[in-house]
Design a protein around this ligand. Structure first.
Ligand code: HEM
Ligand code: HEM
Length: 211
């Protein structure tokens, strides 16, 4: 069939053989370990938020209910995934660099972030996104803040159980930042879906969970 087409429309330079399924899948800028850890973290955070709406946390002598146990144990899972994400950032050779996710300590990176934020605002006025391949600093800086936020939530949650002496203080911080987690999830997932539908990024680049 391919040869037939070639005879009718001239030579086809790119394919010597019919493309396989893997040829047709998008090349991902995120490696498989990044995609698996991201999915684990995202799913455990969604579980945290859902359980937080209906659980009964332990207070005084009254124990927490089963949904609180789900909140507690998926919180430990979130802590594990966040720790794996940080380890991966230190050791991976492909993907967003640690400096792009945490740009705050470099003057050059801060300048690039300001320029990129201006480009995003200019595009937003026309209800679109700038080219996602060249415009990474703002998205990456926000992703880094998201990862820091989830690390803070998981460590304060875990500390409230492991160190009863500081329970009140750490839970104060936990509850204070809880709404920011909702805002991050809605903003980050909402923008990712919007960018996918407007063909500025392909969700499978982050959510394809096979090689
Ligand atoms: C609250 C849970 C989540 C957290 C903490 C989180 C965190 C992150 C982080 C840290 C990155 C950057 C990864 C890197 O560059 O190496 C990222 C990228 C990404 N996330 Fe999430 N994420 C969450 C939920 C979601 C959800 C629910 C979606 C799906 C709608 C999603 C879609 C994406 C996509 C598509 C990218 C890649 C963006 C790009 O390549 O520019 N995330 N996320
Ligand atoms: C990234 C992980 C976590 C997220 C995103 C998260 C999120 C939340 C949210 C949204 C609330 C409701 C706050 C409110 O009432 O306004 C909450 C409450 C709570 N969480 Fe977590 N949580 C996490 C991990 C944990 C862990 C590991 C524990 C340890 C057991 C924990 C223990 C608690 C407790 C005790 C409360 C009730 C606080 C109170 O009402 O006094 N959380 N969490």
């Amino acid at each position: 069939m391919a040869c037939h087409k070639a005879r009718m429309h001239g030579p086809v330079p790119h394919f010597r053989k019919a493309p396989s399924v893997s040829d047709l899948q998008p090349t991902s800028r995120h490696t498989l370990p990044t995609r698996l850890i991201h999915a684990g973290l995202a799913l455990s955070i969604i579980t945290q938020l859902a359980t937080s709406l209906v659980m009964r946390a332990p207070h005084g002598t009254s124990p927490g209910n089963l949904l609180f146990e789900v909140h507690e144990y998926s919180g430990y899972a979130a802590l594990g995934f966040a720790a794996l994400f940080w380890l991966l950032l230190l050791f991976r050779s492909k993907g967003t660099s640690l400096g792009s996710l945490i740009p705050w300590f470099s003057a050059n990176r801060r300048a690039a972030l300001i320029e990129d934020t201006k480009a995003h605002l200019a595009s937003a006025r026309h209800l679109t996104f700038p080219d996602m391949d060249n415009h990474r600093p703002m998205a990456s800086a926000i992703h880094g803040l998201g990862l820091l936020l989830m690390t803070l939530m998981a460590t304060t949650g875990a500390a409230s159980v492991l160190f009863p002496g500081v329970r009140e203080q750490v839970l104060g911080v936990h509850v204070l930042f809880a709404n920011v987690v909702w805002a991050y999830l809605i903003g980050h997932a909402g923008l990712a879906l919007l960018a996918h539908w407007t063909r500025h990024l392909d969700l499978r680049e982050m959510w394809r969970l096979v090689k």
